[in-house]
Design a protein around this ligand. Structure first.
Ligand code: NDP
Length: 460
């Protein structure tokens, strides 16, 4: 080993020890927050080459500061159900980092929501938002409220109570929430109405994902799913692969899944399976998306009803069974940790060539290692599902200029943004010695911009 190599190795070792120390401290400070710690580990390990080359990030305490949210708000959400009973849920908003702009990130309503889930989502959002090139910081929120089986009036009362506390912490220049699992245009509408009443002002830019009549953006509903497919298409193009003629599996059947299926089909793919939390359907002739939309967007039905309408399709009573169905391209679009190491192995055995993440953190660290070790093309969530928040930022731009862009204009901008994210992530991966590794590249490209902005803004 020559002197240059020895110096490089020593810098790398210093960075490695530093990351280990930082991770251990985070673990001690946030015991039991499994999902948050998983997200932290995945990111900090990939930053070792950056810290080795730019030790100023260690000297400025960037990671120490990044790993601690700027503000965590937790609050009681009392509401009255249709039977007149008082119900109490817990609400959260984690304002993680505002180096690049107002906090931005969705609200999730799901019984599994807790501090760890909201923190993992908020932490990942910092890097994702940075990758979009838009001026937005990272945040996330939600509640352990379960919208399933609730009447429209119960949803309205819950949303109003949630906003009665949240409104004082958000604003178009402060923190701009959007939807996520369990929060779509209906919930955003109720929350916007309550915010407007409490503020006594129509501040369109306070929430995104709004209805088109009062400041929403065309193509926002489609943006995450379409963006995912645009990103994966770029990645496949570079590797002489194509959606056209490929068999695709998409988990979930919510907002992200439906529009990922739609765009993949438009590009000539055959989508053979999708799911909900009860089970999955397999239709070897290709899923009929109109039926899925009708069941999920209109009738609030379970995916099992698909097999009643299309008797040749199979219904499997375990949502994880979806990963046993052979496919060329797997698009996990349901929830975190859907694919563990063992499931990734099954996908690999069945010949999968591409995995593109629509959901946030749907693959465990073991699953990601499995993809990378076996040269499966892997599009990580932070980069591949950034289309939703990117179009949310375009919605904010339309709101502040009081203009409404055409669907085509927003969609064209979305395509450019996804292409840029892909290229910047590829570039960062090769600049830092891991060519082709988009997981590392996305983390690095997202991190560097936030870290530089934090240094310029001083220790605050
Ligand atoms: P939705 O609530 O619209 O849909 C979620 C879907 O996933 C539902 O079909 C749900 O089924 C299903 N699901 C939940 N858990 C499981 C499970 N364990 N196995 C199989 N299916 C399951 O949420 P979104 O589509 O908005 O969000 C999905 C993912 O994408 C989340 O990780 C979210 O954070 C992420 N995301 C969303 C963005 C957006 O713009 N909406 C932006 C970026 C990321 P069921 O109805 O039975 O619960």
């Amino acid at each position: 080993m020559n002197t240059i190599e020895a110096t490089l190795q020593s810098k790398r070792e210093t960075a490695k020890q530093y990351v280990k120390k930082i991770y251990n401290a985070t673990e001690q400070r946030n015991p039991h927050e499994t999902e948050f710690l998983q997200a932290v580990k995945e990111i900090v390990d990939s930053l070792i080459p950056v810290l080795a080359r730019q030790p100023q990030y260690m000297k400025s305490g960037i990671l120490e500061r990044l790993l601690e949210p700027e503000k965590v708000i937790s609050f009681r959400v009392p509401w009255v159900d249709d039977q007149g009973n008082v119900q109490v849920n817990r609400g959260y908003r984690v304002q993680f980092n505002s180096a690049l702009g107002p906090y931005k990130g969705g609200l999730r309503f799901h019984p599994s929501v807790n501090a760890s889930i909201v923190k993992f989502l908020g932490f990942e959002q910092i890097f994702k938002n940075s990758l979009t090139g838009q001026p937005i910081g990272g945040g996330k929120g939600g509640s352990d409220f379960d919208p399933k089986g609730k009447s429209d009036m119960e949803i309205m009362r819950f949303c109003q109570s949630f906003m009665t506390e949240l409104y004082q912490h958000i604003g178009p220049e402060t923190d701009v929430p959007a939807g996520d699992t369990g929060v779509n245009a209906r919930e955003i509408g109720y929350m916007f109405g309550q915010y407007k009443k409490l503020r006594g002002a129509f501040e369109a830019g306070v929430l995104t994902g709004k209805g088109l009549e009062y400041g929403g953006s065309l193509a926002r509903k489609e943006a995450t799913g379409y963006g995912l497919v645009y990103f994966v298409r770029e990645m496949m193009k570079d590797n002489d692969l194509d959606f056209n003629g490929s068999n695709v599996i998409v988990s979930g059947s919510g907002n992200v899944s439906i529009y990922a299926m739609e765009k993949a089909m438009e590009f000539g793919a055959k989508v053979v399976a999708c799911s909900d939390s009860n089970g999955c359907i397999y239709d070897e002739n290709g899923i009929n998306l109109d039926t899925v939309k009708e069941l999920k967007e209109e009738d609030n039905e379970r995916i099992s009803a698909y097999a009643e309408k299309h008797p040749h399709a199979q219904y499997l009573e375990d949502c994880n069974e979806i990963w046993s169905i052979p496919c060329d391209i797997a698009l996990p679009c349901a929830t975190q940790n859907e694919i563990d190491g063992k499931t990734a192995e099954t996908l690999l055995t069945n010949g999968v060539k591409v995995v593109g993440e629509g959901a946030n953190m749907p693959s465990t660290i073991e699953a990601i290692d499995m993809y990378l070790d076996n040269t499966i093309l892997f599009a990580p969530a932070k980069a591949a599902n950034a289309g939703g928040v990117a179009v949310s930022a375009l919605e904010m731009a339309q709101n502040s200029s009081k203009l409404m862009w055409s669907f085509e204009k927003v969609d064209a901008r979305l395509q450019e943004i996804m292409k840029d994210i892909y290229q910047n992530s590829m570039q960062a991966a090769s600049d830092y010695g891991t060519p082709g590794n988009l997981a590392a590249g996305a983390n690095i490209a997202g991190f560097v911009k936030v870290a530089d902005a934090m240094i310029e803004q001083g220790v605050i």
